[in-house]
Design a protein around this ligand. Structure first.
Ligand code: GCW
Length: 652
């Protein structure tokens, strides 16, 4: 025991000395009161412990409280955990806790470009400061925040990757970033462009079966690992939205992914190969990932993970889970969530996302009978042989803004993603509560109502934007605000709202039943039949799966048309409730942050009205029915709302 304790003290010193070099007077440390976990406990690192390398034990012994872990990273996680427990009043009494992460790899995907813009970023330019001096303090703070919630991987660059990313100078800089993050247990990964051998290396082709191409990638991997020995691996978007991929050479996704997996294998690197593929010719975009990937099950190397967006289309306010999660049993899969609010009002709307994340993870795919939830599948419980490693990804909402995420409450979705990736059994409520307690106040008078606001906020945004399974009726390209009427000459049909809502005088919604696109059949029974039957399809996904008559009777007795209008209005009313809650929260929050949130809620309320007024009037032209009298009537006529054109780019 003594021997272990003396080892422990040494490593505890090592850990605290590597975390103490940063001044704390710059960007705020958000939910951390200060960078260092200030806990009173003995820290023991014992490499012989039978524990996940990231796991830890916190235990009270007659000699006092101690944290035990197999690695320094595990010890650091234990220290942050105890720190959190102390600050949220959970550290009293005798402790005997053992924690191991739900996923091995808990990764943020940054869609950051080398010119420092961030695709779908709403919080300022890239924190990596490409081309400028490496911001050591900023990156250290970022690493601390991540370590405190268990995030252990960062893909530094946009999945729309430029071949330049693999240039020597960018790799050297990536190595510097990796050096800063290493003490916090964070591995760096890069998104790569499949054409790099030709575009950067000057080869004639990037065909994955060409020996010279394979050699080029092998040399590149050797170069990367010589600079970054613990490099995590590659993330690849291929044959998607105009990006190159193996299909350009008549090869499959498996050929492409395996070629990269082979060159990373000697270094324990992984390939995260995205399943976000769709072509304009397809009658149903929601079916395409399964169409292209399900038949490849079993053909991928064991260091490949298929990275699948939570829903089958694209991070909409509500989607069913992607049916692909229920279709592969011999291939490792990982979920990609979007923390940045591309389709949820950018950083202007208060939307706490762990409720959305959990809804997906808790969905039962019935892949191997009942209980094969997305969580059980992707954590490797359902098909352990297929999962050499497990992972989960979240598209980051982080930028150079003073508050990191643009909206004070957007920090809670970053926090929540990390906590949930660490422990999928935590509830959204538990996560929101501890975030509020650490970020603002532990006073229940404050916590209770604000917690309620967070927990209902995702449903509110669904109501005022796209209730009952409506989806993708956003304004062109930038996706801020409503434009269900949008028509652009020559545009891809699957980039236009009418492809998705299909409103006409008979009704509204996308018929994905067996009489329509047949997408329901990609789900395992009993789900396929549940979704196929309008009477059993959950109402919150009704217009996702069915084209429904305006006069269809909903379970509460209203017609579809009435219910749609009621939902739109309920979303607006909810935001007004949030405004009252926040007004009452004033005594518990410092003036600056209180005012920032107040101002954002004002925008959100006005945007919610904009959404409601635009959608009920637009769809009313098809239903031929008036907005029910009992709800607030639209203020501005549709013509006026149609004239709103925002000059926004999809890079910040
Ligand atoms: O939803 C779309 C976004 C693109 C994004 C793409 C993807 C990075 O609008 O901006 O590109 O998804 O996930 O690849």
């Amino acid at each position: 025991m003594n021997k272990i304790i003396s080892m422990a003290i040494a490593s505890a010193i090592a850990i605290s000395s590597c975390t103490s070099a940063v001044k704390t007077d710059e960007k705020p440390l958000l939910w951390l009161s200060s960078g260092e976990p200030a806990v009173e406990a003995e820290v023991i690192v014992d490499t012989t412990l039978d524990l996940h390398p990231d796991g830890f034990i916190i235990r009270d012994t007659p000699e006092g409280r101690c944290i035990m872990a197999k690695t320094e990273t595990g010890a650091l996680y234990g220290m942050y955990a105890l720190d959190r427990m102390e600050r949220t009043g959970q550290a009293e009494g005798e402790l005997d806790i053992l924690e191991e992460p739900s996923y091995d790899r808990r990764i943020l995907n940054h869609w950051d470009n080398l010119d420092n813009t961030v695709e779908r970023g709403y919080a300022g330019h890239s924190i990596w400061h490409w081309g400028e001096e490496v911001p050591v303090e900023l990156i250290t703070r970022y690493a601390r925040l991540n370590a405190s919630i268990g995030i252990n991987g960062s893909v530094l660059n946009n999945v729309n990757a430029t071949p330049e990313m693999l240039r020597r100078d960018y790799l050297e800089r990536t190595a510097k970033i990796a050096d800063i993050m290493r003490p916090y247990g964070i591995h760096v990964y890069l998104a790569v462009n499949f054409s790099s051998p030709a575009a950067l290396g000057g080869l004639e082709t990037s065909d994955p079966l060409d020996p010279q191409v394979r050699q080029w990638w092998a040399d590149k991997a050797a170069e990367i690992y010589s600079l970054i020995p613990d490099f995590g691996g590659f993330l690849v978007k291929a044959n998607s939205e105009g990006l190159p991929g193996p299909q350009d050479f008549g090869r499959t996704h498996a050929d492409g992914a395996n070629m990269l997996a082979d060159v990373l294998k000697p270094y324990d690197g992984i390939v995260m190969w995205r399943a976000f593929v769709y072509s304009p010719q397809s009658p149903d975009r929601a079916s395409q990932a399964c169409d292209e990937f399900a038949s490849l099950d079993g053909q991928f190397r064991d260091n490949v993970l298929i990275q699948i967006k939570n829903g089958p289309v694209d991070f909409q306010p509500r989607e069913p889970f992607s049916p692909l999660f229920g279709r592969m049993s011999k291939t490792a899969m990982m979920v990609e969530f979007q923390i940045t609010q591309e389709y949820l009002g950018f950083s202007n709307h208060l939307v706490y996302l762990p409720t959305l994340f959990k809804e997906c993870l808790d969905s039962d795919t019935y892949s191997n009978g009942e209980g094969s939830t997305v969580e059980a599948i992707t954590t490797g419980r359902t098909y352990p042989e297929a999962y050499k490693t497990t992972a989960v990804a979240g598209v980051a909402n982080i930028g150079r803004d003073a508050n990191w995420c643009g909206h004070e409450f957007a920090q809670s979705s970053w926090y929540g993603f990390g906590r949930m990736a660490w422990d999928t059994s935590l509830t959204s409520e538990e996560i929101a509560r501890e975030w509020l307690q650490q970020t603002f106040s532990t006073d229940e008078e404050f916590v209770k109502p604000v917690l309620d606001m967070m927990l209902t906020s995702r449903e509110a945004v669904v109501d005022y934007m796209m209730p009952l399974g409506l989806h993708h009726i956003f304004a062109w390209d930038h996706h801020y605000g409503p434009e269900p009427w949008c028509e652009i000459e020559g545009a891809r049909p699957d980039w236009l709202p009418k492809y998705y809502h299909k409103a006409d005088e008979n009704g509204v919604g996308f018929d994905r039943t067996r009489r329509g696109s047949g997408n329901v059949n990609q789900y395992n029974e009993p789900l396929a039949s549940t979704y196929d039957n309008i009477a059993t399809c959950p109402e919150n996904l009704l217009l996702w799966f069915h084209h429904v008559p305006w006069t269809y009777e909903m379970s509460n007795g209203r017609t579809l048309w009435e219910e749609m209008c009621h939902r739109y209005d309920a979303g607006v009313q909810k935001v007004r409730e949030y405004q009252s809650i926040w007004n009452a929260a004033k005594p518990y929050v410092d003036a600056e942050r209180w005012e920032a949130v107040r101002a954002k809620l004002e925008i959100q309320e006005s945007d919610a009205r904009w959404w409601r007024d635009a959608c009920v009037q637009y769809f009313g032209e098809f239903s031929g029915m008036p907005v029910p009298k009992e709800i607030e009537q639209p203020e501005r006529p549709l013509d006026q709302l149609k004239k709103i054109k925002l000059d926004l780019k999809h890079h910040n």
